[in-house]
Write a protein that binds this ligand. Structure first.
Ligand code: NAD
Length: 362
């Protein structure tokens, strides 16, 4: 069957890691008889260089025509790149915020996976992580404190600032549905994280999540306060399957979760709207310090491509094949420089892509 996939190579290491993901997608297409039609889209610094702005209407229109979009990474070195002499609304990052908004991407998924072969990179004690862990953070991306009314003012000569945290039940319901649907494809557990002992918005969050859970009798629901969740991620990360949470809590918890895996070059992510469409990208940035040197780890992008097949194109068999190929390559001791340790074999970006694609073709 034919699928339209938008590709945003972006900046820095973006084009290198996207090339490797396409290599792997092509291997999957060959093996399973899928037909992937790629369209290249400009965003971020590459778009500034080509069109003078970080996001064009053409990119938005083309993205909307795709079944899903796979992105490398955007941005440059803020100290040296001319992009950062532009006003903030014209810099690369504004393009990313703009496309997320234009595509109404309200759900952000960040898997936190520790492969047993990479457990040496995990800063937690071995007995807490033995055998690895695998959970997913589902973060609300377009509401809450980052989008509420805010102001800075003086009251009786005292500088004062105010931010507001607002959620309505529809915003909570649609992300809760995504979390339960995701848990159904995984291990059937949702941990909804809030601060319901203090915040009204959290009490509404909790009650709407309870309502949604009634439609998913096969998925276990638990509630956890955010301060406890921050502790539990470092104390017992193996207990989690899908963590569902609002924007700011998710921002903080997903960075904590990525730190406990210890390997930024391995972490995929997805941003979804209420159709099957999604924007998929590695969690890391454009790593300008190693761009063009064949050193970048392409695995986060390859795993983002696997998420794309699973969540947007409904190609679970093909996604499983990619995940398995990555696991085999790690088991066989192949490493890029960021995850290298003694006794393993060092590969460059291209060679890692070849190796993973080769395991799929077998
Ligand atoms: P970064 O993630 O790009 O790099 C942090 C460190 O991790 C660097 O030492 C880098 O070499 C290393 N690293 C990152 N990805 C790697 C990979 N795949 N393989 C091997 N090593 C890897 O973060 P930064 O340096 O803070 O940001 C660089 C640029 O990326 C900035 O312009 C920033 O705005 C942008 N950025 C973009 C996104 C995005 O596109 N979603 C996300 C984060 C940062």
């Amino acid at each position: 069957m034919g699928y339209n996939i938008g590709l945003i190579p972006g900046d820095g290491i973006g084009p290198e890691i996207i090339n490797e993901a396409v290599k792997v997608l092509d291997a999957v297409a060959d093996k399973y008889g899928d037909d992937f039609n790629y369209s290249r889209l400009f965003l971020g610094g590459a778009s500034i260089d080509a069109y003078g702005v970080p996001l064009t209407e053409e990119t938005v229109a083309k993205a909307k025509e795709q079944d899903a979009v796979l992105m490398g990474s955007i941005g440059g070195d803020a100290k040296t790149s001319p992009w950062y002499r532009l006003e903030p609304s014209k810099r690369p990052e504004a393009g990313l915020l703009g496309i997320r908004k234009a595509l109404n991407l309200f759900a952000n998924l960040r898997p936190a996976v520790l492969y047993k072969e990479l457990s040496g990179a995990c800063p937690l004690k071995e007995e807490l992580t033995e055998g690895g862990f695998d959970f997913m953070i589902m973060r609300e991306l377009t509401g809450g404190l980052y989008f509420g009314e805010r102001k800075t003012y003086e009251e009786n000569g005292i500088r004062t600032a105010m931010d507001t945290l607002v959620y309505n039940e529809d915003e909570i319901r649609r992300i809760a549905i995504k979390a339960f649907e995701t848990a159904k494809r995984r291990n059937n557990k949702v941990t909804s994280v809030d601060k319901a002992n203090v915040l009204d918005s959290s009490r509404l969050w909790r009650s709407v999540v309870e309502e949604v859970s009634k439609d998913y009798p096969g998925v276990m629901l638990e509630h956890m306060l955010v301060d406890n969740c921050a502790m539990q991620i470092v104390r017992n990360p193996k207990q989690f399957d899908v963590i569902l949470t609002e924007n700011m809590f998710g921002d903080i918890l997903s960075d904590e979760a990525s730190m406990v895996t210890g390997s930024i070059g391995m972490l995929a992510s997805a941003s979804l709207n209420d159709t099957s469409f999604g924007l998929y990208e590695p969690s890391h940035g454009s790593a300008p310090d190693i761009a063009g040197q064949n050193k970048a780890n392409p695995i986060a992008t390859i795993l983002s491509a696997s998420m794309m097949l699973r969540f947007s194109l409904d190609l679970a068999m093909e996604a499983d094949a990619i995940d398995r190929a990555v696991a085999i390559v790690l088991e066989e001791g192949y490493r890029t420089v960021d995850i290298m340790s003694e006794g393993n074999t060092l590969l460059g970006t291209k060679e890692m892509g070849d190796m993973i694609a080769g395991k799929i073709k077998r």
